[in-house]
Design a protein around this ligand. Structure first.
Ligand code: FMN
Length: 215
């Protein structure tokens, strides 16, 4: 997210974290990450992880209300806290700001109209980052797990911030790659915003059917 060249901080064009730190530290990236995680917004809705999990419900109808940059910072920072294979962070986040690209993504995502959401994050696999001495197939497996877990952390962060989201797994990989301009394969598209209405969480199967104990 942030790198330093000759003491000057460099951010991706179009995404500059609202919360910044000038604290003298040789580990600027982690310092910034910690600042973002610990700082505002003050009206974080829920800091109880289990309450966040219990209440989370996918949303496909978003209010036409922009999401505050401080919240986007936190959602991205949350992804950056997820565990990754060997800590090599085998994933990338594409933050789609262009309204035209969002509309194109609707088409690439099986014409799902809610992909045109206030915040659209495409999580891509980047196995080339995973510098472990394993076959390519294993590195790819690690990268999909890295990207998926990171998106899951972002999804929970969005919920904690009073937002809602929809996870998009149904898309044409090549079309998404062409739209966002990468040769990295996407693993999920996370669409986030303020929900039109708050719904109850969906039911799940009984725990006894879910858990298979092996003695
Ligand atoms: C791997 C995966 C792929 C999904 N793909 C889509 C999708 O393409 N379109 C969609 O509307 N929802 C998609 N979803 C959202 C699920 O439909 C939703 O999470 C599920 O119904 C459970 O509801 P909940 O998230 O409210 O608990 C996907 C979720 C996952 C985890």
């Amino acid at each position: 997210m942030n790198s330093e060249k000759d003491g000057e901080k460099i951010y991706p064009l179009g995404y500059e974290p609202e919360i910044t730190t000038d604290a003298p530290d040789d580990n600027v990236r982690n310092n910034l990450l910690n600042f973002i995680l610990k700082s505002g917004p003050t009206e974080v809705v829920d800091t109880d992880l289990f309450a966040v999990m219990a209440k989370r419900r996918s949303t496909r109808k978003f209010k036409d209300k922009p999401v505050e940059t401080t919240k986007i910072d936190k959602i991205i920072a949350a992804a950056d806290t997820a565990p990754t294979a060997g800590n090599f962070q085998g994933f990338e986040i594409f933050y789609i700001k262009s309204p035209e690209k969002k509309k194109l993504l609707v088409g690439a995502c099986n014409k799902q109209p809610y992909v045109d959401a206030p915040v659209v994050l495409v999580f891509c696999k980047n196995p080339s980052r995973v510098k472990l001495d394993f076959p390519e197939s294993v590195l790819k497996k690690f990268a999909i797990q890295d990207a998926t877990l990171a998106a899951g952390y972002s999804q929970l962060a969005a919920q904690a911030l009073g937002l809602s989201s929809i996870w998009i797994g149904m898309f044409d990989e090549q079309k998404v790659m062409d739209i966002i301009g990468t040769d990295l394969v996407p693993s999920s598209v996370l669409c986030i915003g303020y929900p039109e209405q708050t719904k109850f969480p969906k039911p799940r199967r009984n725990l006894k059917d879910l858990v298979h104990v092996s003695w």
